[in-house]
Ligand binder design. Structure first.
Ligand SMILES: Cc1ncc(COP(=O)(O)O)c(C=O)c1O
Length: 403
């Protein structure tokens, strides 16, 4: 059945309407493809918003989870579980950092990072610690992470927000120096290497190196939210590694366990000893099913060189879009790295999500005018070609109609 066949629109009167849903219900997936409950198929260029690293129904991944479920799904954090250490060892080796705290989502990882930064300050005698954050940032929707987020629309209605954040523009080292000049309360600089929800806005490599140097000089923590850009999506384990820097604190989630909820905070020597027994915790954090999913995701990524694939397919898509949209009025910029790509249009384009759905393609529009692609890291060249062949005419038609 083609995606544009007339649909029965699903309803969910008992679910809180916190999401403006599109009118399909997803029933199953296979690789980079999903099917709705009425049998229509879609190419998945969103991967559950950068979550399904291995695509859907990956046979080795599913078999590992099934085996794990027969052993133990959950036991509380009073006890050791062997795979928590194995996954932590992988993450610290890949990042050049030393220790991991586990939780269940991106916002929880960021919440832990914010708490860590505050305690880092208190341990040094700073009673009113402040954290530098960025315009257009997105760190989550808890009160602390929403306060760190740079989007007034998302914050409206939830005031009072948390104090203790200093906001600066992206990629402007002088602005960062000026905003913190003579302020002894600053404890950390907190940012996404490539802002995801904010519109695929990359930090410049030199800026990252300058921030690292400033953090060293002033004894601040460099805290890099790799929740969306991490876990191989840009062609390195973590996007900041393109700049050759090592942060002090790195929240992860999304793609880490390929769809099983998990969050993690990786910390380096300056930060790893700050959260001690009893100072932070999480019931589900690092549970045996989640860490097994993380380990298996990494095992398959390494075996099949999925980071290499992300870099290759990302460049392939970038080249195709650059070629196809050259001289197309209305396409302002194509940004991103690896399989984290944003096509920035000169006008609001939320309607493209529905149009893509009608054409059999899942994607998202973020920051009002940026078409965002975050496909699974298993994307093949044939699927990349299919993506281009659906999306390019769709965007061109959209722009021509609105001209
Ligand atoms: C960079 C970044 N940080 C944090 C979050 C929040 O993650 P979660 O939705 O798992 O709480 C997101 C979600 O989009 C994100 O992109």
């Amino acid at each position: 059945m083609s995606a544009s066949t007339a649909r029965t629109v699903p309803t969910e009167p008992h679910v809180m309407p916190t999401f403006g849903r599109l009118p399909i219900a997803i029933a199953r997936g296979q690789g980079c493809r999903v099917w709705d409950t009425e049998g229509r198929s879609y190419l998945d260029a969103l991967a559950g918003i950068a979550v399904n690293t291995l695509g859907h129904n990956h046979p080795e991944f599913v078999a590992a989870l099934q085996q794990q479920m027969t052993e133990v799904i959950h036991c509380c954090n009073y006890y050791y579980t062997p795979n928590a250490e194995k996954l932590a060892e992988k993450l610290t080796t890949f990042s050049g950092m030393t220790n991991v705290f586990y939780c269940n989502s991106g916002l929880e990882a960021n919440e832990a990072a914010i708490k860590l930064a505050r305690k880092y300050g208190h341990d040094k005698g700073i009673t009113n610690p402040q954290i530098v954050v960025y315009e257009k940032a997105f760190h989550g929707r808890s009160i602390a992470t929403l306060s760190a987020t740079g989007n007034a629309k998302l914050q409206k209605g939830f005031e009072p927000l948390l104090e203790g954040f200093i906001r600066v523009p992206l990629n402007d080292i002088d602005a960062l120096k000026k905003a913190t000049e003579g302020n002894p309360n600053v404890v950390a600089v907190f940012f996404e290497t490539i802002q995801g929800e904010g519109g695929i806005n990359p930090m410049q490599m030199q800026y990252l190196r300058d921030v690292r140097a400033l953090c060293d000089q002033r004894d601040w923590l460099m805290m890099v939210d790799e929740v969306q850009s991490g876990m191989g999506r840009t062609g390195k384990w973590f996007a900041h590694q393109w700049a050759g820097v090592v942060p002090d604190v790195m929240p992860l989630a999304k793609g880490l366990a390929s769809g099983v909820p998990i969050g993690a905070v990786v910390a380096g020597p300056k930060a790893a000893g700050v959260l001690t027994a009893g100072t932070h915790g999480s019931t589900f954090g690092g549970n045996p099913l989640a860490v097994r999913a993380g380990l298996e995701t990494i095992r398959i990524m390494e075996k099949d060189n999925l980071m290499g694939n992300a870099a290759r397919m990302g460049q392939y898509l970038m080249d195709a879009f650059t070629r196809e949209f050259a001289n197309v009025t209305g396409v302002k910029e194509i940004r991103g790295q690896g399989l984290m790509i944003g096509i920035d249009l000169d006008r609001p384009c939320g309607a493209i999500m529905q149009r893509a759905l009608d054409a059999g393609l899942l994607l998202s529009v973020t920051a009002d005018s940026v078409v965002r692609l975050l496909p699974p890291l298993i994307l093949t060249q044939a699927e990349a070609d299919e993506l281009v062949s659906i999306l390019v005419p769709l965007i061109k038609n959209f722009l021509a109609e609105q001209a």
